[in-house]
Ligand binder design. Sequence first.
Ligand SMILES: [Zn+2]
Length: 259
Amino acid sequence: MRLIDTHSHLFLEEFSEDLPQVIERARAVGVTHIFMPNIDSTTIDAMLSACNTYKGYCFPMIGLHPTSVNADYVKELEIVARELKSSGEYVAIGEIGMDLYWDKTFLKEQQIVLDKQVNWALEYDLPVVIHCRDAFDYIYKVLEPYKSCPLKGIFHSFTGTADEAARILEFSGFSIGINGVVTFKKSHLPEVLLEIPLEKIVLETDSPYLTPVPNRGKRNESAYVKDTLKKVSEVYQMSPEAVGNVTSENALKVFGMLK
Ligand SMILES: [Zn+2]
């Protein structure tokens, strides 16, 4: 069994007590790579430290998360720029995007910050990892001018409609990140998934959030990507091994690590 967690915040406080065991459990279920999206300047050190401890297994991204965008965004962006310039270890720009669920105060700033970071992704030839919450049309407006650019990346934690998935896939370099939400009882994602080719799907946990059934409500961790795999395999009516292989290959391709 081969599995990749393309989105996991294992550097957060929730894992400060037992990260070694969390990594051990991930290895035990067949997870071969864990990709870690940054949040903002306060999380870089912890993320790099975790990725250093598990070099070749955990991979860091750099970016400013939309919920951390406020009046101070210029300073935060400078830190992202500095990291990009000084370190070659980041495998993606993430996570970036827009989130209008909690707060619309900095809508304009969120768009500016997203656009800037998309530009850096092209400049540094890195994939983007996009967070979208109640903001699909706004994000699409920012991304649309880049349709003919070699932009690649993941629309993470996708919970949208088939139509939105189709619009994302108009960008030939984009994949769609599926997590525990697909296992939730009332989720419409299983039907939507049937409209998306498996070659465009990558799996993730978004740990410590969005824990799949049967552990829903508890802290999420990378090993639970196996529960999302199980559900996705049922939807596509394929074996977990086959879905694990295809989605892992998709993930390595996005991150430019396919050998
Ligand atoms: Zn995230």
